[in-house]
Design a protein. Structure first.
Length: 555
């Protein structure tokens, strides 16, 4: 009875094009959306493009132990970009898309204008490449694509052959082709974006500032592209490509390890599939050095959480990385568009409701989308545009959220493990105990952030050290068990001292110019750091000294 009533509702709604247009919007910003979810100032266009990678290994037509077949692999791309609209063009358009049940077509509505002229005279824009799940299609994350394009990004979403709703083949093809597809599309957009390329995108794309965004199997590919080499065991797992083809991008392959693409400056991996089934191990994940934002639901039963996304986050020890968690969300956390109204009807082919492919049992799709748009904007503005002020949206203070609207979210951050110094850098006294150091003697070697001028902070007695902080680096709330005396030698040092330092809030930081002096009394809570320039401070104290981090708080 329910199916019959729902069917009648859909038929009646579809009878009115005007009424139907109120559904399936991919550009909704809820009243309680965080600040950076809001759309940007650019009008946007959208175009569809087909590209072909010649001589790709044909996984599905290769038999184990036989020669690897070769074929030409054609991909369909949807490309969103800042546009220049004519006087008679109004923002907005529709997309006719295949749904999880390929027999059902949905009509989506958004802001982009089909085939609008690209924006001129504004220089080249950073590139974002979006990679869907298995199965999926290039419209699955169209809400994010449109949002980013209005903020000055060229966004390319891929239809991965053998992996879409109406072209779903054996998983082996997806396991092999995902990273290769992403790299090929980056190379193709680089070619088309060059001046005088003859493409409509000529001069529009700055491929040296590229980010990858992947969901599920798309995130599986992203993790591999940014340095997560496949494990040796993955080559022979059930369903793996024949002839150990995964070894080409395996952690044991020196050519792969040395081939990380420097154009990829950031990555977002949403519910990456593969860790829970053995496609990575600790050694493979150590190869990730690209800044990465992981996103997951805490009860993801497809890719896994503790043994899935969170395990990858913990294992990527050499990357500056974040983990955004939707508490009690499943695999569909943040990525899919709101379920099209056409998918509410029961599907005999799927023996279920296509709606469930997009929706989450606990979280509202629009809310999840807006949260993802907010954090993606902050992360990509920081890493692709160099907007250091966006770091404040990623520090766990929930900047940009109105009170109580961050409920159900957690955000974790981990710095890359420090590279081991060849040897401790210290200035040695002469035979008579004197120290006379020239400025060049106090310059830290590559990879060293502290020079010990006198004494030793780990041993009894007075010590003098100089610490160098790269732009954007600093501390979280903490205290020391001994007094410390700090002089700012270079750059502007930003500090919070006393009770205000119990909870991290970068908006409260006060600038201390070169020549400034600060005393940290024993037990005094504080935090400090550099913002947009390198800072050098000299610290004097009595050793041994210990540092205690305060428990993280939330506003």
């Amino acid at each position: 009875m329910f199916r019959r009533v729902l069917f009648l509702v859909l038929v009646c709604t579809a009878a009115s094009g005007t009424a139907f247009a109120q559904f399936n919007r991919i550009d909704t910003i809820a009243p309680f959306a965080p600040e950076l979810a809001a759309y940007g100032n650019h009008a946007i266009g959208v175009r569809t493009l087909q590209v072909t990678d010649r001589n790709r290994p044909d996984v599905l037509n290769t038999k184990e132990g036989h020669a690897t077949a070769i074929y030409d692999r054609t991909l369909t791309l949807e490309i969103w970009y800042p546009a220049r609209l004519t006087a008679d063009q109004k923002p907005g358009g529709e997309y006719r898309v295949v749904t999880r049940d390929p027999a059902i077509t949905a009509i989506l509505h958004g802001k982009a204008v089909r085939n609008a002229a690209p924006a001129a005279g504004q220089g080249a824009f950073p590139l974002v490449i979006i990679s869907h799940g298995y199965p999926g299609n290039r419209f699955l994350m169209s809400h994010l694509a449109e949002n980013l394009a209005t903020k000055g990004f060229v966004v390319v979403s891929i239809d991965h052959k053998d992996s879409t709703y109406d072209d779903q083949k054996a998983l082996a093809s997806t396991l092999y082709n995902r990273p290769f597809d992403q790299i090929f599309v980056l190379n193709e957009m680089s070619r088309q974006g060059k001046a005088r390329s003859g493409s409509v995108f000529s001069g529009l794309v700055d491929d040296s500032r590229t980010a990858l965004v992947g969901y599920s199997m798309g995130a599986y590919g992203v993790v591999n592209v940014i340095g997560g080499g496949y494990s040796k065991a993955s080559e022979t797992l059930a369903g793996a490509p024949p002839n150990a083809l995964l070894a080409r991008r395996g952690a044991a392959n020196a050519e792969y390890r040395n081939g990380r693409d420097p154009r990829v400056k950031a990555a977002i991996a949403i519910a990456p599939w593969g860790m829970q089934t053995g496609f990575w191990d600790a050694d493979g994940l150590k190869g990730i050095r690209t800044p990465v934002l992981f996103v997951a639901g805490s009860v993801d039963d497809v890719a896994g959480y503790e043994r899935g996304t969170k395990a990858i986050y913990r294992g990527a020890v050499n990357a500056d990385r974040y983990l955004l968690t939707y508490v009690n969300a499943n695999h569909n956390a943040g990525a899919p568009i709101p379920a099209p109204v056409e998918t509410y009807a029961y599907s005999n082919a799927l023996r279920g409701y296509p709606f469930t492919h997009y929706a989450d049992p606990v979280w509202d799709n629009v809310r999840m989308n807006n949260i993802l748009q907010h954090f993606t904007t902050a992360f990509l503005d920081l890493h692709l545009k160099g907007e250091q002020e966006k770091r404040a949206y990623l520090d766990g203070s929930w900047k940009g959220f109105t009170p109580r609207t961050a409920a159900g979210l957690t955000l974790e951050h981990a710095d890359p493990s420090p590279a081991p110094s060849p040897s401790p850098q210290a200035v040695s006294p002469d035979a008579h105990g004197f120290i006379a150091a020239q400025p060049e003697d106090l310059q830290p070697r590559a990879g060293v952030t502290q020079v010990v001028i006198a004494g030793d902070p780990t041993k009894p007695g007075i010590y003098v050290v100089r610490n160098t902080f790269a732009p954007g680096r600093g501390s979280r709330p903490h205290f020391h068990d001994q007094d410390r005396y700090v002089t700012v030698l270079k750059g502007t040092w930003w500090v919070v001292l006393g009770p205000d330092a119990d909870v991290y809030n970068p908006d409260k930081m006060v600038p201390m110019k070169p020549g400034s002096f600060i005393k940290h009394p024993a037990g005094g809570h504080h935090y400090d750091g550099a913002k947009d320039e390198e800072v050098v401070v000299e610290i004097i104290g009595m050793g041994p000294v210990t540092t205690t981090q305060l428990a993280p708080g939330a506003r």
